[in-house]
Design a protein around this ligand. Structure first.
Ligand code: 13P
Ligand code: SF4
Length: 340
């Protein structure tokens, strides 16, 4: 990776920057230490100015750090929300602050737009666990069984797929097919969770999320002992024995909505660490106990890299048109299920 001027030499925290970012600071002051603000603020001001000049939209996943999530996002959400927003935007440039499979979703749904990711190395252990060829082999082994693929996969895998899903709509998508059996790829834990919510039989792959698989049932029981009465909510990429111990299971946005609706006194979110910081900004009266399992891929995205991305229109996601078209059909089918 080339070190750019804007990464090597920090921007200055001038009085004009301070004024331009005062509202953002007010939101973030409880989760970002004072000493860090003069480092982030000049980038926030520069990014917000440049994205207007470029007619660019910044789509930000819930796992991004608070200065990105609250400082520069035009839309922040889960994979489903990012896909829906990317499909509808009339911006010329989409900068995806998340991981590469999310940027591929945006490119597939807006093939003629410029779709950028600030760091091409932002991968995902689930997406890396399976290839298009693996799916072709599975289809040969189970002829006629429809393939449901989690969006945490690359375009070549989705091109072999009947319909995509996210953690927010997986059960609805599986049931929308009206069949007894589906191939469900690639997250074995999400698949096992979906199997508890439906009578449809699922043929699974053995992919896992390197962040969520680290949580254990013992850790959950320890939270209950240490914080009596605590509300525990988890992402369905966690192992089944973890999900069996928690009070609510949902996608990242599902978890955020749940906190808003229930306003627990004390909560722990069993998921990537930035989530708690981002949600704590919205609900200062809720006490968040914060586990810290971070996603190294999500954390590759930083404010200096976002600025670089907008200045130099890097790094562009490019896909072969026929692969994108086939992948688009499986994504469009998923979005259609959401509309019904
Ligand atoms: P969500 O779709 O729930 O945001 O999940 C994406 C992801 O990568 C979780 O690890
Ligand atoms: Fe992939 Fe897990 Fe990171 Fe999400 S948290 S991007 S599933 S490795």
């Amino acid at each position: 990776m080339v070190t750019t001027i804007e990464e090597a030499k920090p921007l200055e925290f001038t009085p004009a920057v301070e004024r331009a970012t005062a509202a953002a600071y007010d939101r973030l002051k409880n989760v970002i230490p004072d000493v860090e603000w003069p480092v982030h603020a000049p980038y926030i001001a520069a990014i917000n100015e440049l994205k207007r000049e470029r007619n660019a939209i910044l789509l930000v996943h819930n796992y991004q750090t608070p200065e990105i999530f609250h400082g520069v996002a035009d839309y922040a959400g889960d994979s489903l929300g990012l896909a829906q927003e990317g499909a509808e935007t009339d911006a010329d440039v989409i900068v995806l602050c998340g991981v590469r499979f999310m940027a591929e979703t945006a490119k597939i749904l807006s093939f003629d737009k410029t779709v950028l990711i600030p760091d091409l190395g932002a991968g995902c252990s689930l997406a890396a666990s399976i290839t298009g060829e693996d799916v072709r082999q599975l289809k040969k082994r189970h002829p006629g069984v429809p393939v449901v693929t989690y969006v945490n996969t690359y375009a070549d895998v989705r091109a072999e797929t009947d319909i995509c899903c996210t953690s927010a709509n997986a059960v609805k998508v599986v049931e929308s097919l009206g069949v007894d059996r589906v191939i469900f790829l690639p997250d074995a834990y999400l698949g096992r969770y979906v199997a508890t919510q439906t009578d449809v039989e699922l043929i699974l792959w053995d992919g896992t999320c390197e962040v969520h698989e680290r949580f254990s049932a013992e850790e959950i029981r320890d939270y209950r002992k240490a914080y009596p009465g605590i509300h525990i909510i988890a992402h369905p990429e966690c192992p089944p024995e973890v999900l069996a111990e928690v009070d609510f299971v949902g996608s990242t946005s599902g978890m955020i909505k749940h906190v808003g609706e229930t306003q627990p006194k004390q909560v722990v979110m069993i998921t990537e660490c930035s989530m708690s910081d981002n949600v704590a900004v919205e609900y200062p009266e809720v006490d968040f106990i914060r586990p810290c399992n971070l996603c190294p891929h999500m954390k590759r995205i930083t404010l200096p890299k976002i600025l670089h991305s907008l200045r130099h229109l890097e790094y562009e996601i490019s896909l072969e048109r026929d692969v994108a078209e086939r992948a688009s059909a499986s994504l469009e089918r998923m979005l259609e299920v959401g509309r019904n």
